[in-house]
Design a protein around this ligand. Structure first.
Ligand code: PGA
Length: 250
């Protein structure tokens, strides 16, 4: 089963946090489909978290990888390194990486290729800013981000796209779920028509997903799951969101 719910822990966590989170999650999750759940902790905790969740088939991934394999690039981590630790996916091109670390579509494209070469499924993030939304250019912006990132990576065997409006991240605001549904449909159309060789597994929504809005999001046919930041830091809330997903979709 493809990934449906992915926790993006960003710059949060500790060994103690891993233990607490796992305790709360397993106490509250009532599904069996562990392999549709992913967690992206800070890279330094990947190995520890893997041990904490032990035999469960929850997937562990990274929040970012470097655009090359090896070399004089102090502080970077490659796709082959995270694969070596047992990671199955990596978030790539999150808006925080684009804005704070100046990642361009070209850089993102190299990262997608690195992930693919190492059998790590990339979760490519795309999303419009508030200004772009107000200018009514959302559709065009998303299309350009997708084409920009995929044009030199048109044979990726597997990819997940996360639609994350920048203004919805961490703000408590989400677009109308019907609008998200149409955007996901458009994303699927763009990938399938322009890049027919790419294996698009699913399109997730991200930005202020929580227990209150989970059901109205997961009721939408083209929302295949969610990439969750703030609400994923609480093992119980993340488990309850996963239960909502299971009730509606599994
Ligand atoms: P949020 O973050 O759920 O805290 O809005 C989502 C993300 O940035 O992936």
């Amino acid at each position: 089963m493809s990934l449906c719910l992915v926790a993006n822990w960003k710059l949060n966590g500790s060994k103690e946090f891993n233990h607490q989170w796992a305790l709360e999650f397993f106490k509250n999750f009532n599904g069996q489909n562990f392999s549709s759940i992913g967690i992206a902790p800070a890279s330094i905790y990947i190995d520890h978290l893997k041990k904490v969740i032990a035999d469960k088939s929850i997937k562990i991934g990274a929040q970012n990888i470097d655009l090359v394999e090896t070399g004089p690039r102090t502080g970077e981590i490659s796709a082959s390194m995270i694969k070596d630790l047992g990671c199955e996916f990596s978030i790539i091109g999150h808006s925080e990486r684009r804005i704070l670390f100046h990642e361009t579509n070209q850089i993102i494209c190299h990262k997608l290729i690195q992930a693919n070469n190492n059998f790590v499924v990339p979760i490519l993030c795309v999303g419009e800013s508030m200004q772009e939304k107000q200018d009514n250019t959302t559709f065009k912006v998303i299309e350009q981000q997708i084409i920009g990132a995929l044009k030199d990576a048109s044979e990726l065997s597997a990819i997940i796209i996360a639609y994350e409006p920048v203004w919805a991240i961490g703000s408590g605001k989400i677009p109308n779920p019907k609008e998200i549904n149409s955007m996901h449909e458009m994303i699927k159309d763009v990938v399938q028509s322009r890049f027919p060789k790419i294996g698009l597994e699913s399109v997730l929504y991200g930005g202020s997903v929580n227990l209150e809005n989970a059901s109205c999001l997961f009721e939408q046919k083209n929302i295949d799951g969610a990439l969750i930041g703030g609400s994923s830091l609480d093992g119980k809330e993340f488990a309850l969101i996963a239960n909502v997903f299971n009730d509606l979709r599994v």
